[in-house]
Design a binder for this molecule. Sequence first.
Ligand code: SAM
Length: 235
Amino acid sequence: MAAPDRSVLPAHEDKTAVVRAMFDDIAPRYEMVNRVMTFGLDASWRRRAVRSLGLPAGSRILDLACGTGDLSRTATDAGLLPIGADLSFGMLDASHGTGPLVQADASALPLADGSVDGLICGYALRNFTDLESALREMGRVVRPGGRLSLLEVAAPKNRVMLAGYKVWFEHAVPIIGGLLSDRKAYRYLPASTAYLPEPDALRRSLGAAGFSGVNHRMLSGGLSQLVTATRRSSG
Ligand SMILES: C[S@@+](CC[C@H](N)C(=O)[O-])C[C@H]1O[C@@H](n2cnc3c(N)ncnc32)[C@H](O)[C@@H]1O
């Protein structure tokens, strides 16, 4: 994990309040900026994440940190039944997802043990104040044998792609985000990758949270990463 840039990233004790206020502010234009930032590629990453759950139609899933409901809509198109949970009332208010919505912190989910067949979480891990407790909550609410699919940003390994990625995400995105929405938020978003654990550390944390068969893969040459796992029957 890289050292956090304190000019953009909040201290641990302030993080939940800062992140919540930031997403409240950018909610109305969040999806439009996403499409511009990713050249529309995020739609295919979302479909891949939903497919990777491998759950049959009619399965109940939690879309954790659902934001404006992009992943929930993709899941609904695949015949799944999503419940959306998010910290930000602004994002929930701007949601045009499908299924019930609940305001909740990922570290304390208002769902019963083993109550969902699967859990999907898009581009949110790095925003959580306490990632370990959020992973434990995922392990608690997903039923034994249920599935997990986590989508996150990544940085390409290929040098040429990495150079292009840096120019785009570290320089262009804050400017474009500032013009279309809020510059501070779009400086935070690329910088917040500093909060993301390395794949091996995430694998260990998921194991401790009750998941097995953890699979990590890069998408679109490393612009995004997808982690899938299955809830163990015990522990
Ligand atoms: C980058 S957005 C992703 C939204 C959506 N999942 C998507 O794929 O477009 C991150 C989301 O995480 C939510 N979030 C941040 N911290 C959270 C927490 N502790 N508990 C629940 N949601 C949280 C934010 O409110 C925001 O909606």
